[in-house]
Design a protein. Structure first.
Length: 293
């Protein structure tokens, strides 16, 4: 076994320097293993690194197996794993396949079968099915674009969201009723920096006590770090749901009563719903139905 240390400085960006280290196997096709690629920024700060088994590392496309990538941010770190991937040294992009998992140091997790990671644009994307977990929210859908820290992400279609009661609280009857299921045809846009999730096309919500339907819906929430005790106990979206605004062909079913409007606003703290735009209420009553002739 012959050991070779290769140091390559790539001028992909003026602020970046890359250090490549590999262990070479004595084979005719110059296979390499124990691949490590590191990117440094100003003052020698490590920005990110990629480890894995590799082959043909001197070509523009580095083929990897057992990929482990780490991104070091100012506020949180990101870990990316996959069974295999291709790293394009010329444009600083990576394609990952099979058992792709992204985790953040603040508890975010994304899993999928394939993923493209653009380091220059700080963007990850996929057309494959995606599962995303953050705090007490679990999201499933088809196709996604996201920032690697998962603070902003879009799901293209077939969106299903499950919001569990806050972790650590007793699973009593009241807590079970606070579980919320939201579905839509998509897209879904979530921005944790704005504490806003926007669901589009055939949106449905079920919280165990009522069903709400609309063309689109904005869900406002508080994040865990900003969370205050909620009077309503309607936890979700990584903290508490504050307000839901449903727009377009709004239909609300509660028990045997149904209401319709062009827009509805649900205030979680007071459990109050305000209907606007031609509101109409249908009340089911059995009064008089069993009266004797």
């Amino acid at each position: 076994m012959k050991f070779v240390r290769i140091i390559i400085i790539l001028a992909l960006f003026l602020s970046y320097s890359f250090v490549l280290r590999a262990q070479q196997e004595q084979t005719a096709d110059q296979q390499f293993s124990d691949f490590n690629l590191v990117s440094y920024g100003e003052k020698g700060k490590k920005l990110w690194e990629i480890d894995g088994k590799s082959a043909d590392i001197l070509s523009d496309i580095v083929k990897l197996t057992q990929v482990v990538a780490n991104v070091y941010g100012a506020e949180e770190d990101i870990n990316i794993k996959a069974d295999k991937g291709d790293f394009d040294k010329t444009n600083n992009k990576m394609h990952l396949e099979k058992n792709v998992v992204i985790t953040t140091s603040k508890g975010g997790k994304l899993t999928t079968d394939s993923l493209d990671w653009d380091r220059k644009e700080e963007l990850i994307s996929t057309k494959a099915p995606v599962a995303l977990e953050r705090d007490n929210m679990v999201v499933n859908g088809q196709g996604a674009q996201a920032r690697p820290n998962l603070k902003k992400f879009n799901l293209e279609k077939d969106v299903k969201v499950q919001i569990e009661p806050e972790k650590g609280k007793p699973a009593d009857k009241a807590a079970i009723q606070n579980k919320i299921d939201i579905a839509c045809e998509g897209p879904l846009e979530v921005d944790y920096e704005k504490n806003l999730a926007t669901f589009k096309n055939s949106v449905s919500v079920n919280d165990g006590t009522m069903q709400l339907y609309s063309d689109m819906m904005d869900v406002y929430f508080t994040t865990v770090k900003n969370k205050k005790p909620a009077k309503s106990g309607a936890e979700g979206m990584g903290g508490n749901i504050v307000k839901i605004i449903a727009k377009g062909n709004v239909k609300i079913v509660k028990g045997e009563n149904t209401s319709y409007s062009e827009e509805a606003t649900y205030f979680a703290e007071d459990k109050k719903i305000v209907l606007t735009g031609k509101p109409r209420l249908e009340i089911y009553s059995t009064e008089g139905m069993n009266a004797s002739p």
